[in-house]
Design a protein. Sequence first.
Length: 133
Amino acid sequence: IFFFSFFLSFFLSFFLFSCVCSIQISQSSAVSLLGVYCYYIIFMGLNGITEAFVRASINPKQQSFLNVLLIVFSAIQTVSAIYLLKTMNNSAALVYSNAIAMSLRFVIVIVIVICYYFFLLLLLKGLYIHSYI
């Protein structure tokens, strides 16, 4: 489903607008904005699932550090929105800046998940080795 929605959502948005709305609306910039927004929804879903897992598995000190990182990502999102609005001159720039921020959040959360499982693996190996001593 992910690959289907990722690769075809942008192209099917024109078909959706032409079926539901008039041809005049389907040839406007709303079609491209809907296609870009379909990509953004994928990033939101990935970020939501992984961030919920991380929030449940880290301690309060790590959560406060993650909150500081989220503030930094909000600043990056603001700067990227201003830059993209100046260069692209359309409303899709806002969706792109949100996708950039979600991508950064997803990458950081994946790094935390990898570190969590690496620590858990080391902990389990240590318990396994100490059980024979």
